[in-house]
Design a binder for this molecule. Structure first.
Ligand SMILES: Nc1ncnc2c1ncn2[C@@H]1O[C@H](COP(=O)(O)OP(=O)(O)OP(=O)(O)O)[C@@H](O)[C@H]1O
Ligand SMILES: [Mg+2]
Length: 250
C-alpha cells in the first residue's frame, strides 16, 4: 500500500520561508540566531540542514514547525501563512501538516510503542488507520515490539517509534532535528535509510538537521547555515565534499 503524496497545495512547495530573522533579547546583548533565511522545499524533497553549533539550525526548524515565531519574515506551510494564525488555528495546522522528530526521542514512558505512535491521533480524538499503522510498524521494523515500553527498547528502536509517530498523521512536512544525534553510527545509518525511504515510498517531504556528512548520499539538497544565514547549497555532493565545506566553517 502506498499513501497519496503529501499535500503540497502551495503550488509545488510544501514549505516556503521568506526573510526569516530571529533575534533573542534586545540591544547590545541581542543574539541574532537567524539573519534573513529564505527557502523553498518542494513536495517529496529531502533537504538536509548542516552548520556549526549555534548557527541557527534548531531555531530554523522550530520556526518552520510553528513552535517558535520569527522576529520578522514569513512561513507558509501547504499554502497557509502561519505567522498570522492564533494559537488554536496553529495547533490545528501543526496537527494536520507537521511532524517533528527530536534528537531525544521524547516518548511517553508509560505508553507502549504502538500507543506512542498513535498518540497524535489519540490527542485529536481520531482513530488510527489500522493498515497505515501496520505498514509503519513493518517499515520501521517494530511489529514485534509494538507492546514494549520505551525503557524496553534500544535507542534506535525508540527513534524509530518517534519517526513512526511523526508519520502516522501523514504530515505535509516532516522536520527532524538531529534524529541520529544520539545513536551509534550503524543505527544512525538505519534511521537515515528509513527517512530516505519515507521520501521515496510515500513522497514524504523532509527537512532534517544533522552533523553527519553521510547524509550527503541520501539528501536531495544540503543547506549549510553559518551565523544565521544560508551560506551554501550543495546538490549531488559526496560525503568528502560536505566534510570539506564544513571544515571551512568550524
Ligand atoms: N532561547 C534562547 N535565548 C537566547 N539565545 C538563544 C536561545 N535559543 C538559541 N539561542 C542562540 O541562538 C543561536 C542559534 O541557536 P540554535 O539552537 O538554533 O543553534 P544550532 O545551530 O541548532 O546549534 P547546535 O548544533 O549546537 O544544536 C545560538 O547562538 C544560541 O545561543
Ligand atoms: Mg540545534
Amino acid at each position: 500500500m502506498t499513501s497519496p503524496p503529501a499535500d503540497t497545495s502551495d503550488g509545488k512547495n510544501a514549505v516556503t520561508a521568506r526573510d526569516l530573522e530571529r533575534r533573542y533579547g534586545e540591544g547590545a546583548t541581542a543574539v541574532h540566531a537567524l539573519r534573513g533565511v529564505s527557502l523553498d522545499v518542494r513536495g517529496g524533497e529531502l533537504v538536509a540542514v548542516m552548520g556549526p553549533s549555534g548557527s541557527g539550525k534548531s531555531t530554523l526548524m522550530h520556526i518552520l514547525a510553528g513552535l517558535d515565531k520569527p522576529t520578522t519574515g514569513s512561513v507558509r506551510i501547504a499554502g497557509t501563512e502561519i505567522s498570522g494564525l492564533d494559537d488554536a488555528k496553529l495547533t490545528l495546522l501543526r496537527r494536520e501538516h507537521i511532524g517533528f522528530v527530536f534528537q531525544f526521542f521524547n516518548l511517553l514512558p508509560m505508553l507502549d510503542a504502538e500507543e506512542n505512535i498513535v498518540l497524535p491521533l489519540s490527542i485529536a480524538g481520531e482513530r488510527p488507520d489500522r493498515q497505515w499503522l501496520d505498514e509503519l510498524l513493518r517499515k520501521t521494523g517494530l511489529s514485534a515490539r509494538r507492546s514494549h515500553r520505551p525503557a524496553q527498547l534500544s535507542g534506535g528502536e525508540q527513534q524509530r517509534v518517534a519517526i513512526a509517530r511523526s508519520l502516522i498523521t501523514r504530515p505535509t512536512i516532516l522536520l527532524a532535528d538531529e534524529p541520529t544525534g544520539n545513536l551509534d553510527s550503524r543505527t544512525g545509518s538505519e534511521i537515515l535509510e528509513l527517512l530516505r525511504d519515507s521520501a521515496d515510498a510515500y513522497g514524504q517531504t523532509l527537512v532534517m538537521v544533522t552533523h553527519d556528512a553521510r547524509v550527503a548520499s541520501i539528501a536531495d539538497r544540503i543547506l549549510v547555515l553559518a551565523d544565521g544565514q544560508i551560506v551554501r547549497e550543495l546538490v549531488g555532493s559526496t560525503a568528502a565534499d560536505v566534510l570539506e565545506v564544513m571544515s571551512t566553517l568550524d
